[in-house]
Design a protein around this ligand. Sequence first.
Ligand code: TYD
Ligand code: MG
Length: 471
Amino acid sequence: MAKRDLSYVCQSCGAVYNRWQGKCDACGGWNTISEETSLAATVPAAQRAGRKGRAVPLETLHGEAKPAPRLVSGIGELDRVAGGGFVPGSIVLLGGDPGIGKSTLLVQASAALAKAGHRVIYVSGEEAVDQVRMRAGRLGLAQAPVALAAETNAENILATFSAGAAVQFVVIDSIQTLWSDSVESAPGTVTQVRTSAQLLVRYAKQSGAAVILVGHVTKDGQIAGPRVVEHMVDAVFSFEGDGANQFRILRAQKNRFGPTDEIGVFEMTGTGLSQVPNPSELFLSHRDAGAPGTAVFAGMEGTRPLLMEIQALVAPSSLGTPRRAVVGWDSARLAMVLAVLDARCGVRLGGHDVYLNVAGGLRISEPAADIAVAAALVSSLTGAPLPPDAVFFGEVSLTGAVRQVSQAAARLKEAAKLGFNKVVMPQLADGSASGLEVDTISSLAGLVAGIAARAPRRAAMPKPAMSEQEG
Ligand code: TYD
Ligand code: MG
């Protein structure tokens, strides 16, 4: 008889304690710890009884057998994020806010793979079979030969998979609804999620099917509960977007079989998700080109150039500590750019509120956006619009110098393709072949002086400090 071991597990991060406490020391969550039967009690007795190990045959790095080809859904934006299609025998966690379109994306991917002749099983733990059918009907995919099941018991699901022909692609929607007979905790607890995920990982490796787990995300962006399965899976994708617009971005946070800096861009329409092959066009489509405070940044997302509009609003503050609000960029990076503007260019924003926004719900992680951010800030402060046909890129160092960034040629090519005529970029980058009018800058002060010269009300700029820097 197994001893009934109780342990106290944080439902948010999976940390285990031997007595209850109000706050989790590991993740700082309050009231997230609940009583569960410990995992040790669920290990079969034979495994615990000091069984002697069996030697396994060792192999070489160069295998004889060719790896199975990747499962290519034909949805290019999805396949690219996966690293060129799904790898057979791999397991992927797809996270995202409720209602963002995870089920829609996976129904579309399942239908595409099933139509290509693969055996696809879609297991819904959240919706009844009829609801999944209704969605497929709305997407015009009702005829696709996808096998459907509404089930939440992990053992039943695995038994279903092993009955019938070999399965190539499996969707579990969602991992939070699964429960396994082998543990006593309630469904949705960390122990249940972890155990069910373990069973599915083992199934994927043994059967060679690609398994996709859907996981819901909490408000602070963590994959709730299933954070504890992030390390078990081969890839973690997140599906992002805000409720206010129809763009959705698929991003790889971890990928054992592909790059993690690729994004896939989709648009949610009345008939499902459609791909956006040229996102720059989309993100710049509602641009208010002549207004002060906006700059176009020529960025890179993985291997793909992407033009994005950066909007800044600088307004005199009535607060003791002025407000800094950032959407889509790192707030620490904004603080740095503001400090460099202050210390090296004499642009004092200590008495101003600063709002910064990346249009279209995008998130930029590249330091190459520094110059575009600085240009938008100074443009908003001085009221001088930037040239509407110019793009900006370059990293700012703490000394106020502008540093070179990678892949300048790809950025210039994209800007030229979208009809831009000018580029403001670091020296050393070779822009001669792009056909754009190149304006190289070596220091942030040079950029500020250039924008200030266009300002209608010159008094806004502290001239002495600037000319000091220029000299
Ligand atoms: P869903 O895939 O159910 O989200 P998730 O699985 O991530 O919770 O998507 C639900 C939302 O998508 C819902 O608000 C309606 C919208 N939607 C469309 O706009 N068009 C469509 O064709 C479909 C199927 C859904
Ligand atoms: Mg869903």
